[in-house]
Design a protein around this ligand. Structure first.
Ligand code: FES
Length: 145
């Protein structure tokens, strides 16, 4: 299935799967500090990015997300020691696989963001939104009804 051409005023839907201890708190700080960022993202809070099954990302793309952001604690700060490093390994493998099957790599992003980085969270969301928007709607993995 070919990618859809974006309609005027089209806005991407982005799913953010984020760690409870860092990025989710960073998003909260951005909100409390009234830092503006695009409203295109919907956050799903998980106990640790190491808990993220790569199929969650596939499922989000199948269900109509145009992009996915995964964000966890910085290296050395994971509450479960190395869950974030495990997540990065899984994510890189998934990204290679998705690129192989024709999904643009710009649609999925992995990053670190701490609880004190509200500003950084806003910048990450802006960057992700711009990259996904430049690719247009994602339709390759969307299940036909
Ligand atoms: S606890 Fe945050 S990534 Fe592991």
């Amino acid at each position: 299935m070919a990618e859809n051409k974006p309609q005027e005023n089209w806005e991407p839907k982005i799913v953010g799967i984020v760690c409870n201890w860092c990025t989710y708190a960073g998003a909260d700080l951005a909100g409390i500090s009234r830092i503006q960022y695009p409203p295109n993202i919907r956050l799903i809070r998980v106990p640790c990015t190491g808990r993220i099954n790569p199929f969650y990302i596939m499922k989000a793309l199948q269900e109509g997300a145009d992009g996915v952001l995964v964000s966890g604690c910085h290296p050395g700060e994971c509450h479960y020691l190395s869950g974030n490093l495990s997540a990065r390994r899984k994510f890189n493998m998934l990204k290679n696989f998705l690129t192989y099957v024709g999904i643009e790599p710009e649609r999925i992003t992995f990053t670190w963001c701490s609880a004190s980085e509200g500003d950084r969270f806003a910048q990450v969301v802006k960057g992700v939104t711009e990259r996904v928007k430049s690719r247009g709607p994602a339709a390759k993995l969307v299940k036909a009804l």
